[in-house]
Ligand binder design. Structure first.
Ligand SMILES: *[C@@H]1O[C@H](CO)[C@@H](O)[C@H](O)[C@H]1NC(C)=O
Length: 445
């Protein structure tokens, strides 16, 4: 009876988790900082039951400040754990330096985490690779050195660990072509070249399925996106196939650039960056299900989708009820404002301020009692984040709202416990200004 009860509980827990959504391109607020996640150009690894996402902190622009680490159990709700490396007074990690595309791999023999990254001067003249090690995945790392691998220029970089534990550095040599170099057994030294593509692509990432290696990379167009490509082989030393597109042609990889491919269960998730070069901290993350089948890779765009962090199943997002900000109960100084890009050409404006303008949706309907994701469509014309306290059924979270840019509202996601029937959603800011609220999208089931 007891076992039976636990089994039911386990089942309920997985059902309750099942509707948390990944919303590509939205503001993703870290659960414990109230700020948009800063882990650009990143990679991911699983340690035990937890996922760790390591990437660049772009809070203050291009110059290196931190290589950040976040953790999650479900790939949707991310907690800031700390920085693996932070700016020092001088040297490779000093002021006005460039550190990009940090990737962590775990070495079973030495029991160390090894971080490889692009190291450069502010004018990108050095073109080097750097390496650091850590004893714990999200702890402080010791920076070892930088170099040009095997004497060649190295810009965008990536890593790949094969099934046999052998690790490889993927490196962009803009003079001769993108290459794969093998690493020593301790992963700390670049050993020898394995393959060179004549194409000079960047943002390299490798995935392997059923003995087929898939190399993903982007063309060179600076911070602007382009149609990214992939090449396949049954051996890392080749022969590699010609390059093909995997996302819809002309979509510029849904306005993103590859950074990493994560194996989740027996499936794969694409991680890309949608860079905003004028204000890098507001770059967002484009994560989508990536289908690898034989020697073919395909990826479709999605507004929202639901990952299962253990099985790897990736399913379409739920249908949603939409509630307009201007039709909600507005209090303090909050009032309806015109907004050409918003649904109904209106939004709830003057949220926050000295009167703590607030937007209350008192009857947001759902047919399920579940932990899930709300999308708040919003406007923020500033160049920095705005914030609001979002209270759902009495539980409050600080949520960030990135500048939306242009006339289309941006999305910010908030992960909440909904109940069947009527739910209360309140959005308020005190003192400063919050976002204008176009509408809130609430999962139906
Ligand atoms: C960004 O710059 C501000 C102002 O100099 C500083 O207070 C803050 O700590 C910096 N943030 C990061 C993450 O480096």
């Amino acid at each position: 009876m007891k076992t039976f009860g636990l089994a039911i509980l386990g089942l309920l827990a997985s059902v309750a988790d099942a509707t948390l959504q990944i919303v590509p391109g939205a503001t993703w607020t870290a659960t414990n900082t109230g700020q948009h996640i800063q882990a650009h150009g990143g990679g991911m690894l699983k340690v035990g039951e937890k996922w760790y996402w390591v990437g660049e902190d772009k809070t203050n622009g291009t110059a290196f400040t931190n290589v950040n680490c976040y953790s999650s159990t479900n790939l949707v709700e991310w907690q800031f754990e700390g920085a693996l490396l932070s700016r020092t007074a001088s040297g490779d990690t000093g002021p006005s330096r460039v550190i990009e595309r940090p990737k962590v791999i775990y070495n079973k023999k030495t029991n160390k985490y090894v971080l490889w990254m692009h190291i450069d001067s502010s004018n990108y003249g050095e073109a080097k690779i750097g390496v650091a090690t850590g004893d714990t995945v999200c702890g402080k790392y010791t920076y070892l050195r930088s170099e040009r691998p095997l004497g060649f220029e190295s810009r965008d970089s990536g890593t790949f660990v094969d099934d046999d534990g052998k690790a490889y550095l993927l490196t962009e040599d803009r003079q001769h072509g993108t290459r794969i170099d093998s690493l020593s057994d301790d992963y700390l030294t670049v050993q020898k070249n394995v393959y060179v593509w004549k194409e000079k692509y960047e943002a390299p990432a490798i995935a392997k399925k059923n003995g087929v290696y898939f190399m993903f990379a982007s063309q060179l167009s600076g911070w602007d996106p382009n149609d990214n490509y992939y090449s396949t082989a049954t051996s890392l030393s080749g022969p590699w196939s010609g390059w093909k597109k995997f996302a819809d042609s002309g979509s510029k990889t849904y306005s993103s650039q590859t950074t990493f491919i994560v194996p989740v269960g027996d499936q794969f998730m694409y991680m890309g960056d949608r860079w905003v070069s004028s204000n890098l901290m507001r770059s967002t993350y484009i994560w989508l299900p990536l289908k690898l089948d034989g020697t073919t890779a395909t990826m479709k765009n999605s507004i929202n989708w639901v990952p299962d962090a253990s099985s790897g199943s990736m399913t379409a997002g739920p249908s949603e009820n939409s509630y307009e900000g201007e039709s909600a109960t507005l209090s303090g100084g909050a009032k309806s404002v015109s907004c050409s890009g918003c649904s109904g050409s209106k939004a709830a404006g003057y949220v926050g301020g000295s009167t703590s303008g607030a937007v209350l949706f008192s009857n947001a309907q759902s047919s399920a009692t579940t932990r899930t994701t709300l999308r708040i469509k919003h406007m923020n014309g500033d160049s920095s984040q705005r914030f609001a306290d979002v209270t759902v059924n009495g539980k409050t979270q600080k949520v960030a709202f990135l500048p939306n840019g242009g006339s289309d509202p941006g999305s910010s996601v908030v992960h909440v416990d909904l109940k069947q029937g009527s739910n209360e959603v309140r959005i308020v800011t005190s003192g400063t200004w919050g976002p204008d609220v176009d509408r809130v999208l609430v999962p139906q089931s």
